[in-house]
Design a protein around this ligand. Sequence first.
Ligand code: URA
Length: 264
Amino acid sequence: MTPEQIRQYLEYYRDIGITHLNLPSAPAKVSATVPVVAAPPPVVAPPPIPTVKAPVMDLVLPTLAPEGDTLVKIREDIGDCKRCRLCQERKNIVFGSGNERARLVFVGEGPGADEDEQGLPFIGRAGQLLTQMIEGTAAKDKLPLRREDCYIANVVKCRPPENRTPQPDEMEICGQFLFRQLMVLKPKAICALVATAAKALLNTKEGVTKMRGNWQRWHGIPLMVTYHPSYLLRAYNAEAKKEAWLDLRKLFHYVLDDTKINPD
Ligand code: URA
């Protein structure tokens, strides 16, 4: 790890209010406990899954995966997509990437400039924070989870101009491919990183603040909504960072606990 990466991790831990890092082993007789800032809140047992009572929006949910579907087939079906206006300015279609046997899938909103340039999801600043959020949270609780163990996709596969929020028809058209990806991946849990992803998957108008931290379900798969890393990058969002950390802890403990088939 480079000094810059170490600095970023320490900054992440400080922002989420972590006081101590229990290092795996210490040289000679030096204490392995390094004070950083304030005590982490305890992990609480997940409450029963609430049914989504959020107001429903005018979004026609697409049909689910055809028989024998695969990620390769989905990518082929997307082709050089011209199904909506987002094709006009895109450089690359950002299909999604990661472990195809992932237990956990993260769903973002849509590619930004860096992602559009390289055709890969979450590789810009928000993506770096997402990596820190995954790996920093897992490492803190000694959970064996890294970014490459997860799969990452977006609701829309082409960059919306000026990074605007995707429009309902764009989400509807592209959503069918996301749905198929999720049906093929069949993860143990899904993390919706923003209200747009929650809208596309749960057909709800509810904002992240109300939904976060509580289990929802997408076609029977437990789903956690939490803050998008772009939102957390804003300096005044330290409280939201802590909340996102709690959401991820809950999510990761469930995903990695082989004795649990249900989060409740
Ligand atoms: N924001 C997203 O929602 N997705 C990306 O891939 C990058 C930034």
